[in-house]
Design a protein around this ligand. Structure first.
Ligand SMILES: Cc1cc2nc3c(=O)[nH]c(=O)nc-3n(C[C@H](O)[C@H](O)[C@H](O)COP(=O)(O)O)c2cc1C
Length: 357
């Protein structure tokens, strides 16, 4: 059932408040990134440095847009008054640094075009990669024409369709009909005149889902695995405590989600969900991702320090990534992708059972 824009707006405002004021991280589950180590490569390369840290080239490209580092900010907000400054601050920082960003679900601006300005950042970010955003559940409600207009109105380079079955399942007013998602994604890919990719929201993608998505013609997969922000947790705080507590930690950890997706899908993969350091970014690229993205820590940085807070935070992440590349002896992203890794603990167990190694 279509919800009206006031409800959508109220929900987006509540999401921001909850994420900034409550603890909405996974409880037991982690990304698995702590299970990836670098088997002596680190030692060998620091003992005989063959790379000049200052000359390490982090540049990459995604959907023909240049990135100064393999990093973007995941789509978060839009549709509420405070979203305007949040999106603009993130956009300013990303433009200055040459990184990409996404906006939050554009459902609110489709329902009320007056809200377009809360998503629009092209005035401060003319060059960078910007992804529009819509929920898979909303593909039932809106035509491709409406979605095309929404991404054109903000000058987006691509459309990210978010899959959030776990969140919708726990959300009191959730849209839980995912029976036509596959054919709706396929239709959207065909009709939208910009690249379409799919992202989760923190519960991850399996080999089987990635395989199915590959058949729809989507151009990239943003895994958004488990271990960072949990939307089941957010919805639990919004009122559905019983279901929320039981399913709080559900999802595919980010590390294995990258590996599962890589096995099934040849296109670009974004590693995300619980990415908190530049070291995490580098680990994910070694595991098979092309770039990484972050949501909550960027929102926190914006909340504390506006555009310069975001810029400082992202600069720190880039410096950590550069340091990690130096320590594994990779002078560019192409070399980084060839570096070896060892798996430990529960990630190794998962990888063996799922035949990922
Ligand atoms: C305040 C907030 C709002 C979000 N809204 C959206 C959204 O509208 N659409 C979407 O695809 N993902 C949304 N997300 C999910 C993020 O893009 C990301 O998938 C998730 O937070 C996991 O990343 P993290 O652990 O780095 O926070 C939102 C995240 C936050 C923190």
């Amino acid at each position: 059932m279509p919800t009206n824009f006031l409800q959508t707006k109220k929900r987006k405002g509540e999401h921001l408040k909850i994420v900034l004021n409550k603890k909405v991280a996974f409880k037991e589950k982690t990304t698995g990134l702590e299970d990836v180590s670098f088997k002596e490569i680190e030692l060998l390369y620091t003992a005989i440095p063959r790379v000049d840290k200052k000359k390490i080239d982090l540049r990459t490209a995604f959907f023909s847009k240049k990135f100064s580092a393999p990093l973007m900010v995941s789509g978060m907000t839009g549709g509420v008054a405070e979203a305007k400054k949040i999106n603009k601050d993130i956009a300013k920082a990303c433009e200055e640094l040459g990184l990409g960003m996404g906006v939050g679900s554009q459902r609110a601006m489709i329902e009320n075009p007056l809200l377009t300005e809360t998503y629009f950042v092209r005035d401060v970010a003319p060059k960078i990669f910007i992804a529009g955003n819509i929920g898979a559940a909303q593909l039932e409600e809106y035509s491709c024409k409406q979605i095309q207009k929404a991404i054109d109105d903000i000058g987006a380079d691509a459309l990210a369709i978010h899959l959030n079955a776990a969140q919708e399942a726990v959300q009191k007013e959730g849209d839980t009909n995912f029976s036509n998602t596959y054919s709706l994604v396929k239709k959207t890919v065909k009709e939208i005149k910009k690249p379409v990719y799919v992202k989760e929201v923190g519960n991850g993608i399996t080999f089987e889902v990635a395989k199915l998505l590959a058949k729809t013609g989507i151009k990239a997969i943003d895994v958004q695995g488990a271990g960072g922000t949990t939307w089941v947790g957010v919805e639990s705080f919004r009122g559905n405590k019983d279901l929320g507590e039981t399913f709080w930690d559900i999802g595919i950890p980010t590390t294995v989600s990258v590996m599962e997706t890589r096995k099934a899908f040849n296109g670009p993969i974004i590693a995300s969900g619980g990415i908190r350091t530049g070291l995490d970014v580098v680990k994910c690229i070694i595991l098979g991702a092309d770039l990484a993205s972050m949501a909550y820590p960027v929102l926190k940085a914006q909340n504390k320090g506006g555009a310069s807070g975001v810029k400082n935070f992202l600069e720190k992440i880039i410096e950590e990534a550069r340091t990690a590349m130096f320590l594994v002896g990779a002078k560019n992203i192409k070399e980084l992708k060839k570096k070896k890794f060892v798996l430990k603990g529960k990630t190794l167990e998962w990888a063996k059972q799922r035949k990922l190694v």
